[in-house]
Design a protein around this ligand. Sequence first.
Ligand code: PD2
Ligand code: ZN
Length: 277
Amino acid sequence: MSEQLITPELRQWIIQQAQAGHSADVVLEAMKASGWEESVALDALEQVMMAGAAQAQAATRHVPEVVTDGLSRVWAHDKFVNVLVQIRHPRVVVFGDFLSAQECEELKAQAQPRMTRSQTVVNATGDSEVNEVRTSQGMFFERGESELCRRIEARIAALVNWPVENGEGIQVLRYAPGAEYKPHFDYFDPNQPGTAPILKRGGQRVGTVVMYLNTPDSGGATTFPDAGVDVHAVAGQAVFFAYGLPHPSTKTLHGGAPVQQGEKWVATKWLRERPFE
Ligand code: PD2
Ligand code: ZN
């Protein structure tokens, strides 16, 4: 365990850096420059500097964020969206009335002809493959592909204060009964060789919005096992989560629980650090 690598001297140095007002980001870069592997350095930072895990996110990179100013609904581009639940760590926000019933139906109809078996990224190479951790069907829209995509993208951008250009195209997924998406992180594993080429286009993923296009008869919640939180799939609602670092300390491990009865349709929007061109 990397815990054993943290000498008292290193612990003291990290604390001094924090007391001098250096952000975790800056300390991390300094550790990497002096030869620390990123994952070991992150573990050390987490243990020493970020005893309060919520501080970890705040002290690190600029991330998509919802600003409610204490209100239970926020204006997002063209409509008010209800803020149903907010969790600070992991940073998770559940929205009601995010998509209208008509928008859900239109998105499903536009996606339907292009649905194929979903794939996952092969970490070692950066390629994609069919994998039994993800038994849904899916498709990607290009960003800005239709008036509907542009409207939803502008709504997300306004809601989480993140530029439209930093978003990947909307992905639509359909889960049949029994289909699931086993728990995973949406960021790309920095220690895998296949990650570097993926990051060239827009950098890391830093946030996700999962929009529910229907209400399954039972099952299909989006689960956050490290937080003990399940978000039920309800048509028109959406869940947003952000991760300032590509590290499990963000507690953003999440999955799509097996659908028990009926179908489940979602649209996912992934947000990158930089423009995704
Ligand atoms: O469909 C879901 O609930 C789900 C769960 C976890 C979707 C994703 N991840 C995703 O698209 O990344
Ligand atoms: Zn995911």
